[in-house]
Design a protein around this ligand. Structure first.
Ligand code: SF4
Length: 176
């Protein structure tokens, strides 16, 4: 069992020991998932502080049992490159009270969306690949499709800014 999986079991088991926890989701779309790696490292570093305060509703990178249910905060990494991804993102928006864009790809659409800037001949060259995998013509940043409540810029994400926003929501949702 990986350290990350062990951590997540501990985080979720303590859900039964604590009165109230911040229900969070972590989602990745088109990206390299480097911010996910940073996030798991942060979980290790802040284990003692966050363990009694966080409950993971959905985090495929950390656990196999995930729920499509209401959550306080959804952290979303990556750009949106297909209609099916856009639908999933909208579903997340409906389930989450707050949505946070994580990393440059989610916040600005780049670098994952650099194909948007390809000149026409290059666009033509990749057209068959886009069709084959049902990708859209353009890659989109999150706020082109949904309302985004907060953003953590950086490639990968700025760790301090992430901690700042997490702490903000712990306070806002009255998680002590
Ligand atoms: S913002 Fe950078 S680190 Fe994050 S997914 Fe995109 S390319 Fe990867």
């Amino acid at each position: 069992m990986t350290t990350a999986k062990l951590l997540i079991i501990c985080y979720n088991k303590t859900a039964f020991m604590s009165e109230k926890k911040l229900k969070v989701g972590w989602f990745s779309f088109t990206c390299c998932e480097d911010s996910t790696i940073l996030f798991t490292e942060l979980l290790n570093d802040h284990y003692q502080t966050w363990l009694p305060k966080l409950q993971f509703v959905h985090a495929r990178v950390l656990q196999t049992k995930n729920i499509w249910g209401p959550m306080d905060v959804a952290f979303v990494e990556g750009a949106i490159s297909s209609d099916s991804q856009a639908e999933t993102l909208k579903k997340i928006r409906q389930l989450a009270t707050k949505v946070v864009a994580i990393g440059a790809c989610a916040v600005t659409g780049r670098p994952s969306g650099q194909r948007n800037d390809f000149p026409p001949p290059l666009q033509q060259e990749i057209d068959s690949i886009l069709k084959k995998f049902n990708y859209g013509k353009k890659v989109k940043k999150l706020d082109e499709l949904i309302k985004v409540d907060a953003a953590v810029p950086g490639c990968p994400m700025n760790e301090q800014k992430f901690i700042e926003i997490l702490n903000l929501y712990l306070t806002e949702f009255a998680i002590n």
